[in-house]
Design a protein around this ligand. Structure first.
Ligand code: MLT
Length: 326
């Protein structure tokens, strides 16, 4: 009788504990996936993994980075837009979110209606690089060489929708020539090809290029922003070397599938703000020339307004240039 009573009490208590646990379970209860639209080891991946490490500590759950490559980031965007809106799938993407509608006809997502916005993360300048044994030694020599040799020059990029592609297109216009483009699944593999001297030039983010510039394993022709950057104070910009008006940098934001509950987004956004303040993330980004965005920009509203403005800015330009790939 006593042992039966004890068994029943134990069972009741176990069920109660489960019930209580479920009622009080706090998000997040298991690992969170952070989707990256380009190859592992590249510049977007570096930001995602550094940020994920800090978010994981704050949220007490691992952040698992998943690289879903293809079609300049649009495969990953379509995947996230159609993922379960349960707070366990997020997406780190850059300018490609806003350029995609002008470049592709049949997207599985709408940048303004398929996502919940979490906040902006970092801005990253780009750099123009060439393989170590490419003949031009500086931008002036490169411009002359490019005007004469145009399509014999192989420009590596990560496909339409990638910032390496957009930067390369702006460069073609500025120099008034046409390169032969070689697309990769991200600029991680594009950089490997540049180091292996299989391609000639690459326009890529400092979050990947600074270690190679420092090690002088590539030729470095300049920075794509209007002003010099504090990480490379001696490096001239493309603008100051003659490509007047050249001013391009990469912005990054975090998204979740549309319908992700508001309290979940708020919790993730609070964690994001804390992660952006953390010493390891700040140091890593500073070492790689990336600038953490101001607090006003770390909000869902700011990211949504920015994506909207960028779509309006880039769509007419890309359409006028005939850059649609369908
Ligand atoms: C990457 O992470 O591979 C790059 O951001 C791709 C790109 O150039 O957009």
């Amino acid at each position: 009788m006593t042992s039966k009573f004890l068994k029943l009490t134990g069972l009741t208590m176990a069920l109660f504990a489960m019930g209580t646990g479920a009622a009080h379970a706090e998000y997040p209860e298991h690992p969170i996936t952070l989707v990256v639209p380009f190859a592992a080891g590249g510049p977007t991946d570096v930001v995602a993994r550094s940020l994920g490490a800090e978010l994981g500590k704050i949220l007490n759950q691992p952040i698992v980075v998943e690289n879903k490559t293809g079609a300049g980031g649009t495969v990953a965007a379509g995947y996230v837009a159609n993922a379960k809106p349960d707070g366990y799938t997020y997406f780190l993407h850059h300018n490609g979110m806003a350029t995609a509608p002008a470049l592709y006809n049949n997207l599985r997502f709408d940048p303004l209606n398929s996502f919940e916005y979490v906040g902006e993360v970092v801005d990253v300048p780009m750099t123009l690089l060439a393989r170590a044994d490419f003949p031009p030694n500086n931008l002036q020599e490169f411009i002359e060489y490019a005007k004469k040799n145009g399509d014999t020059i192989n420009l590596a990029n990560a496909g339409p929708g990638a910032v390496s592609q957009l930067c390369g297109s702006l460069l073609q216009q500025a120099v008034d020539t046409k390169f032969t483009t070689i697309p990769f699944q991200g600029t991680g593999p594009a950089m490997t090809a540049l180091l292996g001297k299989q391609v000639d030039i690459l326009c890529d983010q400092t979050t990947q290029t600074i270690p190679h510039i420092d090690a002088k394993t590539v030729k470095f022709y300049g920075v794509t922003t209007k002003d010099r950057i504090s990480k490379l104070p001696d490096a001239p910009t493309l603008d100051e070397q003659g490509l007047k008006g050249f001013d391009f940098k990469v912005w990054h934001g975090i998204y979740a599938p549309k319908g992700t509950p508001e309290p979940v987004i708020t919790k993730f956004n609070t964690a994001l703000k804390e992660a952006l303040k953390s010493e390891p993330f700040q140091k890593k980004m500073a070492d790689l020339g990336a600038e953490i965005v101001s607090e006003e920009r770390q909000t869902p509203e700011s990211l949504k307004n920015w994506v909207d403005a960028e779509i309006k800015k880039w769509s007419p330009i890309l359409k006028a240039e005939g850059m649609n790939v369908n």
